[in-house]
Design a protein around this ligand. Sequence first.
Ligand SMILES: [Fe+2]
Length: 191
Amino acid sequence: MATADGMSLLQRFLLDLRNITLNATGEPEILARVKPLVAELAASREWLLPRHYEALESQGNGVHLLHEEPDHTLAIVAVCWLPGRETPPHNHGTWAVVAGVDGPERNVFWRRVDDGARAGYAELERVGQQVVEAGDVLAMPSGAIHSVANDTTAITLTLHAYGRHLNFSPRSQFDVAKRTESPRRTVWRDG
Ligand SMILES: [Fe+2]
């Protein structure tokens, strides 16, 4: 679907995203303004390809990079989730907006309760959850910690926008039972 000026919705979205991040006074304003745009892009499905449903068994999901800027900011990804799989709690080191496309993505939110003074040690407390389905959109500030689960028997898919490509953003994953924090890195495919 092209917009009135002949651009794809993704191209239009990227122009808006660059303008917002350049002019916003801070992350709360970025998240508030980007949220409805990601929801609109997700609902259009114009960027969605069959290969976006291909996942890595080892990772439990498939991350497909639709766009990043040359400096790795403004990363847009389609993420598919294998049935019954769940990520460890993790942060992103940047802002994130997630919109539902196909099936429910259950997000569990966590709060750090230790003081972060001991390297590699972290205590997390579960503070809530939100299920993101088609029509839903979730915004997370840089400090947010969440885990993601696909509770269904089918592969699900969501559209994510991040302030930065996550493998160029310092971030952590957590083991709640072992009380550990370690660097997180995941495989992202182009396109
Ligand atoms: Fe995440």
